[in-house]
Every structure is written in structure tokens, then in C-alpha cells.
Ligand binder design. Sequence first.
Ligand code: BTN
Length: 253
Amino acid sequence: MDFEIHHYEVLDSTMNTARSLAKEDNRGSHIIMADFQTSGKGRLEGRKWMARAGHSLLMTLLVREKANVRASPLRVGLAVLEVLARLPRDRSTREQSSPLALKWPNDLLGISRGRAGKLGGILCESAGNTLLAGIGINLTRHAYPEELAEISTSIEESGILVPEAGSRSVLEALARDIAVQVVSRLENDDWQESYTKALWAKGGQIRFTIGHPSRGDIMAGTMEGIDAEGCLQVRDELGTVHAYSSGEISRLG
Ligand code: BTN
């Protein structure tokens, strides 16, 4: 599949530009990219995605006829992880089976020296039948603001090598590879096993906020995995397994 790339220096959000394009042209396959966003959107209401210019991959992919695909944000996250996992690695993480993991529902984690940090995030929206798959990836340690340093990481810090990551042609080639893999994951329903393999904290004790983190109830339990709808399965202390479609997890001590 051939994607037309629209690469801007500055946008408010690649999601907004993608939405306008989805209305204007209801056929083509497009990737909207920006070096910087003035109003980058996070998955959760009220959260912003902040990324310093030139240190991130910021893109929204328009995928026709895929707005109603089950568990699409999880599948997009898996596709991104798969593309990043194919890139060469430096010595620091070569012994690790993978320096990458997926935190349900759609965070990409980088793991190095036993520390897991957020390396990227996925935001899926729809415009009619078109899926707008928004992807933000920290390329270097300069991508995220200092106040998020404790919980963030980047491709560079995870030992993944992207030579000349700041160059337009390198970013666009990576965006194309991601787009191809995203489409493939949305077209095939065999994503669940691969997603589960990459799932962070599987089998571990977690604390889970149901729904929006600022409003939801908190529960503790064992993370069992995910179901075919992409819901998180958590076993409570009485042994009952609950399935949640939205929320946020943090690992217990
Ligand atoms: C999250 O983890 O909260 C999701 C973050 C998604 C960020 C990307 S950056 C490209 C695209 N444009 C946006 O405004 N948001 C997404």
C-alpha cells in the first residue's frame, strides 16, 4: 500500500489535520507528520502530549474502512512495537530478549537496566469509516519535558539504534514502515497472542484505576491478560476475573 506523506514543521495536532483531510478526500491513504505540535493530544481527556521539536516521531495515519475494528488501539500499539523491535540495537540491551513492552491499553514502554519508562503512546479516533491512528514516539531523551523524566524514556535510551533519527527522510521511512505494519495488524485478527507476549506486568500484582484516573475507583489484583475485545482481565482477591475496557494500571511495589 502506498501512503502519501504530508510532513509539516508545526501543527496544533496531527489528529486535527488528519480529520480535516479525511473529510476532504475520502479515498487516499495518508500519513500526517509534524516536527512539533502546539496542542498534542493525549489519550485521556485533559492530557496533552508534549514533545520537543526534532526529537519525536509524531504522526497520524488515516486507515480507510477500519474505524470499527475491534481493539484497534491495542493493535496499532503492537504494530509499532513490532517495527521498533526489528531495528538494530546497541550493546546495552542486546542480551535482553526485548527492550520493549506494551502497557495496556496502548502505551509503549522501553526497558533498560530494569527500569520501564513510557517511550510512546497511541491515540485512536474515528472520522466516519476512517480510523485516525495517532502515534507519538520519543526518539531521544530530549523529547520529553524534565518533569516527566522519571516515567519517560526514548528509543535512544532503550538501546535501539536509529541513525540520524532527526532527519526527515529517516523519520518518513520509519513512518511508512509503521503504517504498513499497522494496516497488516488491523486486517488480521490474530493479534491477541502477540500482544499478550509483549504485555507488561502480565501475571503480576497491579493496581488498576477503572475509567478515568482522576475519577475512577481503584482496585488491586493480578493481571491475567486481555480478551478478544482488548479488555484487561484482572483477578481480584476472591478469585473473580473482571474485564475492563478502560482505565489505567500501575504496578504494585
Ligand atoms: C497517550 O499516550 O496519551 C497517547 C499519545 C498520542 C500522541 C500522538 S502524537 C501524534 C498524534 N497527534 C496528537 O495530537 N496525539 C497523537
